[in-house]
Design a protein around this ligand. Structure first.
Ligand code: NAD
Length: 357
């Protein structure tokens, strides 16, 4: 197959981790006889420094023309004083909006050899393998009316949670399709006992479910879900939820498994998807060959599976990561007793070597 991948390394550790993931994708192309073309673009602070805006038109056009975007991270102290609309982080919102990325997928999977890196007990987290599907372009972050207005007593702040049938239908489909590639179990998370928007959410998810009789569906209130994720996270396969609930629950789920340097994500819409680690630009360790590249390499594996439908190839990358961890190689963030400490580049090289085997 032929595919064009837009490579937006961005700021801080993005410049170190993205080349490692590209290296792996090139090797996958060679080993499985695919032609991947990589086109680089400026984004975030790098783009501000060079052309004055966080998301230049050329970068957006490049992303729109590509089959997928591989993104590192944006932001850093250098740009923190800028006015909000010129900040590096605006580039993420711009890409999400312009690429129509309405679903954010975050897997949280525990690599058994890293069980001790979690803050929870081994017996609670062993075997965790779940996927949070978060609606990304609707809900309370975008609903109208919103704003802060003056009142006789002081001020009044308003945000509005809105969901429509088409918005719920498309995100539910993403969740059911994802479940078909996994253990065929979807938990839809809402607050239908209080919110009308959640009542509709629950009804529409149940309707969409009729087309997926091979997938089990259950509904859970968000407060219970927050508790169940800590109490018994193994019960979950795919969780599907709104923008706000997903924002919170996906961070909670992600941290069950240990380091932020291990966790990938995918944002998908109708065409070009965006694949990136969940962490930021880590300015405290940038440029020191300390960053863990696994989250970005695992994001590249998601790109192969979700965007290009290359499941075998994605699996090969996953296996290479597992093998490298089994061999005891660790970056500083996941270092443990008796392990071999390596830097960003050495971790990438070792995974590459294991992919070739
Ligand atoms: P961060 O995720 O960059 O870092 C938090 C902590 O995790 C730091 O101690 C960092 O060293 C560590 N860390 C992060 N990635 C790591 C990796 N791959 N390996 C090892 N350790 C890692 O969050 P922050 O410090 O709050 O934010 C820094 C900048 O990144 C800010 O400008 C923020 O706005 C931006 N940010 C960008 C994104 C994105 O591009 N998607 C996401 C979050 C934050």
């Amino acid at each position: 197959m032929k595919a064009t991948i837009a490579v937006l390394a961005g700021d801080g550790v993005g410049q170190e981790i993205v080349p490692e993931a590209v290296k792996l994708l090139k090797a996958v192309g060679e080993r499985f006889h695919h032609t991947f073309e990589f086109v680089e673009g400026l984004v975030g602070g790098q783009a501000i420094d060079r052309v004055g805006v966080p998301l230049p038109d050329e970068t957006l056009a490049l992303a729109q023309k590509s089959d997928a975007v591989l993104l590192g991270a944006v932001g850093g102290p250098k740009w923190e004083g800028l006015e909000y609309k010129l900040r590096p982080e605006r580039a993420l919102l711009g890409l999400r909006e312009r690429l129509g990325l309405f679903a954010n997928l975050r897997p949280a999977k525990l690599y058994p050899m890293l069980a001790d890196a979690s803050t929870l007990k081994r017996e609670v987290i062993e075997g965790i393998d779940l996927l949070v599907v978060r609606e990304l372009t609707g809900g309370i972050y975008f609903g109208m009316p919103k704003g802060i207005e003056k009142t006789a007593e002081g001020e009044r702040g308003v945000n509005t949670e809105v969901y429509t049938t088409p918005e719920i239908t498309r995100i539910a489909k993403v969740a059911f399709e994802a479940a078909r590639k996994r253990r065929r179990k979807v938990t839809s998370v809402d607050k239908a006992n209080v919110l009308e928007s959640s009542e509709l959410w629950r009804r529409v998810v149940s309707q969409v479910h009729r087309d997926y009789p091979d997938v089990e569906l259950s509904h859970m209130y968000v407060d219970n879900c927050a508790m169940q994720l800590i109490r018994n996270p193994r019960q979950f396969d795919v969780l599907v939820t709104t923008n706000l609930f997903g924002d919170i629950l996906s961070d909670e789920a992600a941290m069950l498994t240990g380091s932020i340097g291990m966790l990938p994500s995918a944002s998908v819409g109708t065409k070009t998807g965006m694949y990136e680690p969940i962490h930021g630009s880590a300015p405290d360790i940038a440029g020191k060959n300390l960053a863990n590249p696994i989250a970005t390499i695992a994001s590249a594996a998601m790109l192969l599976a979700y965007q290009l439908r290359l499941d075998k190839e994605a699996d090969a990358v996953e296996q290479a990561i597992v093998k490298t961890l089994e061999q005891g190689y660790r970056t500083k963030d996941i270092q443990g007793v008796g392990t071999k400490l390596v830097g960003t580049k050495e971790m990438g090289d070792t995974i590459l070597k294991n992919l070739a085997k």
